[in-house]
Design a binder for this molecule. Structure first.
Ligand code: HEM
Length: 546
């Protein structure tokens, strides 16, 4: 009410201006003055009006609705660290009209990722992004308890026996790829003197889709991995961006293409499933074979459409995450040739036969190579592909006083309708926890008493509490400062597969070539999954001659 006279004044001024300049100018002026007024009121609200005593501190922002979108969108990690310094581990910021409360640190991770799905809900946060891409009736398009059943089905497809059969296939795909991709022409010329070069993300994204389709996705998908499938995938992927997450209902051309691609890809999988059912041949060690056999608790089998949509979900879940992790690993190895040599030495000592030929690793081998393991763990510490894990707040919820509180006898409350973000990337690179936190130092993982090993133990929590959320007992792990695969009931189930896929790809590349780069590029946060900024050109030289 106090502000009414001010706005009336502006409306009066603009009306007079209209008499002079005509209506379009009048409209423009109205718009400009409304924006100025909104900025003014928003600033006044933050600086002058008292904040509700139990609301977490709010990040100051000039622009209403847009809020902190520019700082957050450009570099979320920097934004989180800056806010942590100003406001502590818990604060609220505005992102395109949504109010988001962030809880940082190991305790913050535990609070959000260990929270109940009836309070912190994943499907309400992700559904509008994922359902148009994956399709109906799977993952976040179903109630939480159904997702838990679907995760259980997927775990059957990721059995140790299946994984065991994948190592050789992955190795073969990588070797075939470097023998035919034009970027590896010097490798193909059998030249071990000259250095060639390749864009690491392009190469790794092709290798990832080739290896995932040969193994998990199954041979029919691998056989169709020609231009048409690649185009379909690209269109589907074009609908999986931060813009789709923030503005699901805007009529982008990319959304139209996404919907067409989803439909075609869904039919493509249904066709494979129908053929498999008709032929009675369902003994492939892949995901479709496993899903065909599964039944919900009420006895209903999965429909062809549900299987198709789960397959699309798995393709999307693994593709960028593994491409990003593989790319960062290769970049760091190229920038740290001593570590790449240690990795190569590990391969020679373990696999070189008396005839000078290296044998292929097995599943058990890949799981027991300390240098390889440390290199992947350290890369995931510094570059977890997902920087913000999101939940929608379905009920008012009190923040534990040990995490953040306005005073000794009261607590902060996050109101229903807000979102919460957990950011394990912050605790994974917090200088208060990790020595040389911004340095890629894989050997930190070899010290069994060190911070890294302790964090990993807490993540695996092998001898500690196990919980069955509905997809088999898993370690809770929500309190560890290291959580690249998330934690709690939404914890990743692709972790074993991802480690195996990445481990085999990296070993195969390191066996084949030396790598070199002057500097590891910065993070590009403008994509949903954090990628290295361009240029990201790796120089390579063939190691051994045929
Ligand atoms: C969930 C990371 C690879 C399938 C998650 C989450 C993270 C994550 C952080 C938790 C999301 C949340 O709580 O909102 C990664 C990383 C990967 C990777 C870093 C590779 C380096 C894969 C692969 C697959 C996969 C290869 C499939 C084969 C899933 C599924 C979920 C999940 C099904 C469960 C979603 C839920 O319960 O809400 N992943 N992932 N991921 N991931 Fe992965």
């Amino acid at each position: 009410n106090i502000l009414h006279p001010i706005s009336n004044f502006w409306v009066g001024q603009l009306a007079q201006a209209n008499a002079y300049f005509g209506s379009s100018l009048f409209v423009t002026l109205i718009l400009i003055s409304s924006v100025i007024l909104a900025i003014f009121l928003n600033t006044l609200r933050q600086l002058v009006l008292p904040r509700k005593f139990n609301s977490p501190p709010e990040v100051f922002h000039w622009l209403p609705f847009i809020g902190s979108a520019i700082a957050y969108g450009d570099n979320p990690l920097q934004f989180y660290f800056d806010c942590q310094q100003k406001y502590g581990d818990v604060f609220t910021f505005v992102l395109f009209g949504r109010r988001i409360t962030v809880a940082l640190g190991a305790q913050g991770n535990n609070f959000i990722l260990g929270g109940k799905s009836t309070v912190f809900n994943a499907e309400d946060a992700y559904r509008h992004l994922t359902t148009p891409v994956f399709g109906r009736d799977v993952i976040y398009d179903v109630p939480n308890e159904v997702l838990m059943e679907q995760k259980k089905f997927i775990k059957v497809g990721l059995s140790a026996d299946n994984l065991r059969s994948y190592v050789g296939m992955i190795e073969e795909e990588v070797n075939e790829f470097i023998k035919r991709d034009p970027n590896f022409s010097l490798y193909q010329e059998n030249d071990n003197k000259k250095w060639g070069s390749f864009d690491v993300v392009t190469a790794l994204s092709e290798i990832t889709i080739l290896t995932a389709s040969r193994t998990l996705q199954g041979k029919e998908v691998r056989d169709h991995l020609d231009k048409s499938f690649a185009d379909l995938y690209a269109d589907l992927d074009g609908g999986f961006t931060p813009i789709n997450l923030m503005f699901p209902n805007l009529p982008f051309e990319s959304s139209r293409r996404r919907d067409l691609a989803q439909n075609t890809m869904s039919n493509f999988y249904v066709d494979i499933i129908k053929k498999r059912r008709a032929s009675g041949n369902n003994r492939e060690p892949d995901m479709i074979a496993a899903l065909i056999e599964q039944q919900y608790r009420n006895g209903r089998a999965l429909s062809d459409r549900e299987i198709a949509h789960l397959m699309i979900a798995l393709l999307m879940a693994g593709q960028h995450t593994s491409t990003a992790t593989g790319s960062w690993t290769i970049l760091h190895l190229a920038a740290n040739p001593d570590v790449a040599e240690a990795l190569y030495k590990e391969q020679v000592e373990r696999f070189m036969g008396p005839d000078g030929k290296m044998r292929s690793p097995t599943y058990e081998d890949i799981r027991s190579l300390p240098v390889l393991d440390s290199v992947i763990r350290e890369t995931l510490r510094m570059h977890p592909p997902i920087h913000s894990i999101m939940r929608y707040v379905r009920e008012d919820v009190a923040i534990p006083a040990t995490l953040s509180a306005p005073s000794e006898d009261s607590v902060y409350v996050i109101p229903k309708g807000n979102y919460v973000f957990a950011c394990p990337a912050v605790s994974q690179t917090d200088p208060k926890i990790w020595k040389n936190s911004d340095k890629w130092e894989p050997y930190r993982w070899s010290d069994q008493e060190g911070v890294a090993a302790q964090a990993y133990k807490a993540y695996l929590n092998e001898n500690g509490e196990k919980i069955d959320y509905g997809f088999g007992a898993v370690s809770k792990g929500t309190e560890s400062p290291y959580q690249p695969f998330g934690a709690g009931k939404h914890r990743c189930i692709g972790e074993q597969f991802a480690y195996l896929q990445l481990g085999t790809i990296i070993s195969t590349l390191v066996r084949a070539m030396e790598l070199k780069i002057a500097k590891v590029p910065d993070h590009n946060y403008h994509t949903l999954i954090v990628m290295p900024k361009e240029p990201r050109i790796i120089h390579y030289r063939r190691r051994r001659l045929d």
